[in-house]
Design a protein. Structure first.
Lengths: 268, 68
């Protein structure tokens, strides 16, 4: 984004955009020997929750230590609020999946506000898309197992739809459940993190561009306040992004639970 | 010039979800003030509603990057 602004033709282009937007959707080469930064961070995001869980719950003391109480509160939050609160009866079975997704996305998102890393792994489309496809497969599988093949007819035509409306309702439900659901689940996480990352990098880099490297000498006085103002706003957004990354992990897990619930208890 | 249109399109796409999220949050605050014991349930439902509404603005944001 920043390198693109340097090579941008300001006279002909109204909006400057990065040279290659597709790099947001690339993942790296599987099977090749070079490992990208994204892959290392994804591996870290998978390992850190396991390590935290292991050391937090190794000694199950009655009076919990600091780490144990944090891990236990996260665990009970996901179990009670999301798994049992949303799915209800039969929700215990999905607690392991929901808690692993929550911890993985949480750590991946928090890389955005970790100093010296500052890169959310979930801002690569491959990762949220894969996670949402896992949820998609789970709720379709659960639906087929509870209702059999009738799951799809109930999905397309909710009970009580008049015959005349069936083609219209069927088309709407087909698109909204089977296409928009996984897509919006992935895009929600991806776009939130990309927006936050772009905003943070632009605002925090403005201090460098306006104050440290302002160009010709006489501009320093007029440019430095602008840079400092943007930098201050960037620090405020930094705190906001901390909330956003926790909230998005919660929302992804919550929506996964809601989709599983609609398949598990179709009468609601 | 196309990217300017994409930018305008993203701005238009943000209007509806903005109003919607405002309505959801306002009504949730009202519900919590009237019935504080139901605050937990209201909060979960509020986040659900916000997540569904927000998706439209986010799709506009992604399309701005793809088209613009």
């Amino acid at each position: 984004m920043i390198t693109a602004a340097e090579t941008c033709d300001f006279i002909n282009n109204v909006v400057c955009k990065p040279e290659n937007v597709n790099s947001l959707f690339e993942f790296g080469n599987f099977g090749s020997s070079d490992i990208s930064r994204t892959e290392i961070l994804i591996l870290l995001a998978a390992i850190i929750p396991v390590v935290l869980m292991f050391f937090g719950l190794r000694k199950k003391s009655v009076v919990p230590g600091r780490l144990q109480s944090v891990i236990e509160s996260i665990f009970t939050f996901v179990k009670d609020e999301i798994a049992l609160g949303v799915i209800g009866r039969g929700g215990e079975k999905f607690t392991p999946y929901l808690i692993s997704v929550f911890m993985f996305i949480l750590v991946g998102n928090l890389f955005e506000v970790t100093p010296l890393i500052n890169f959310p792994v979930t801002s690569r489309m491959a990762l949220p898309l894969f996670l949402s496809l896992v949820t998609y497969v789970i709720f379709l599988f659960v639906g087929i197992r509870t209702e059999g093949i009738k799951y799809f007819t109930n999905l397309l035509w909710p009970p009580g739809v008049p015959v005349a409306l069936k083609p219209l309702v069927g088309a709407i439900e087909l698109v909204s459940v089977l296409l928009v659901r996984p897509f919006s689940l992935a895009v929600r996480l991806f776009a939130n993190l990309v927006a936050g990352h772009v905003m943070l990098s632009l605002l925090l880099a403005s201090a460098y561009f306006f104050v440290v490297q302002p160009g010709v000498g006489e501009y320093i006085i007029s440019k430095a306040p602008v840079g400092l103002a943007w930098f201050t706003l960037g620090l405020a957004i930094y705190g906001f992004e901390l909330i956003v990354s926790i909230l998005q992990a919660y929302i992804f897990t919550l929506l996964s639970a809601v989709y599983i619930q609609t398949s598990l208890h179709p009468e609601h | 010039m196309e990217s300017a249109y994409a930018l305008i399109g993203y701005g238009l796409a943000a209007i509806g979800p903005g109003i919607g999220i405002g309505l959801i949050a306002g009504n949730a605050v009202q519900a919590m003030a009237r019935q504080p014991e139901a605050a937990g349930m209201v909060r979960t439902t509020m986040f659900l509603g916000i997540a569904f509404t927000e998706a439209l603005a986010l799709i506009g944001f992604v399309l701005f990057f793809l088209v613009g």
